[in-house]
Design a protein around this ligand. Structure first.
Ligand code: FUB
Length: 311
């Protein structure tokens, strides 16, 4: 690892090229990477899988009680900034659920807004997932959760996109993919949710991640078209669609990992796809590891399929 890090550092210093080794984080399980460029660093806000503890959430399933954030200047050397939020600090969440699923984080008006799904507690216990927001002055926190989840959202995998005109949008999943405008305070919906029912009808779709390149909006999402999730995308000229299904970004994992979950960023003039696989836990695919690979576009704006690098 040290040898690879040195090669990466030299390459970056000499050519400005950054290379990554997969999986990116090796001392803990990570999944659902939401990568963001803040200043000169890439920050990743992933889910944090932990080995299943009997009595903690559902048996043989995802077990997640907190979030860490990681950052890097070169996509090779990653710093773990530690825990930024735990389920027992979220006033409305069920602290016995261990289901802090895929989050996202955006910067707006000097603050960092961290969006996360969790099952609610109290009288709403057992009623699916809600989406909460925690706010910080720095990308590494400390993040303070709001007292209540966002009104009007029932579901998982929040993703926030801020368009060039300043309008923010939130996307989420509940079997299908939904979206709505956010108010300027980034804490409340500003429009009725729309459902993207133009996407392929059959099979679970989750993990929306929207980005813009030139005048195209790309809605990317994992989709169970066959047995496990593959990464697909749809394009539109508007952030609320309608979106036209366009193609596959990454095929199903050869390892058989049931989930995948993506984010796409441009960093130092290169586009990257962040995703996950089960590299460090091939026997139990609910303990996952985040990865990154370069992503390229065709002349017509479509995305070239990304092949997973070997470890
Ligand atoms: O990490 C838990 C869930 O698995 C996520 O919310 C989904 O996107 C899938 O990756």
């Amino acid at each position: 690892k040290i040898k690879y890090s040195l090669i990466g550092l030299v390459l970056w210093l000499v050519t400005g090229t950054v290379i990554a080794q997969n999986p990116l984080i090796r001392d803990q399980f990570t999944a659902d990477p939401s990568a963001r460029v803040f200043g000169d660093r890439v920050y990743i806000y992933p889910s944090h899988d932990i080995p299943v503890i009997p009595g903690h959430g559902r048996a043989n399933w995802f077990c997640m009680e907190d979030y860490h954030v990681f950052s890097s200047l070169n996509l090779t050397d990653w710093k773990d900034h530690g825990t930024i939020l735990t389920q027992n600090r979220v006033p409305w969440a069920d602290s016995t659920a261990y289901s802090m699923w895929a989050p996202d984080c955006v910067f707006r008006n000097g603050k960092y807004y961290f969006y996360f799904p969790a099952p609610p507690g109290g009288i709403s216990k057992g009623k699916g997932f809600r989406v909460g927001v925690a706010v910080a002055n720095k990308p590494t926190g400390p993040f303070t959760p709001q007292k209540e989840p966002i009104e009007g959202i029932q579901g998982i995998d929040p993703n926030v996109f801020i368009d060039d005109d300043g309008q923010a949008y939130i996307y989420w999943a509940q079997g299908n993919i939904y979206a709505a405008k956010l108010k300027a305070n980034m804490l409340e919906l500003a429009s009725e949710p729309v459902i993207f029912d133009q996407l392929p009808e059959k099979g679970l779709k989750e993990g929306p991640y929207l980005f813009k390149r030139k005048d195209n909006y790309y809605l990317t999402y994992p989709h169970v078209a066959n047995k496990t999730e593959r990464l697909e995308y749809a394009m539109s000229k508007s952030p609320l669609g309608p979106f036209s299904y366009t193609g596959v970004i990454m095929d199903e994992s050869a390892s058989g990992c049931w989930t995948n979950h993506q984010s796409i960023i441009k960093f130092k003039n290169q586009w990257y796809l962040f995703y996950h696989n089960d590299d460090l836990s091939p026997q139990f695919d609910k303990n996952r590891s985040i990865r990154a690979d370069s992503l390229f576009f065709n002349g017509d704006g479509t995305i070239r399929k990304v092949l997973q690098t070997l470890r």
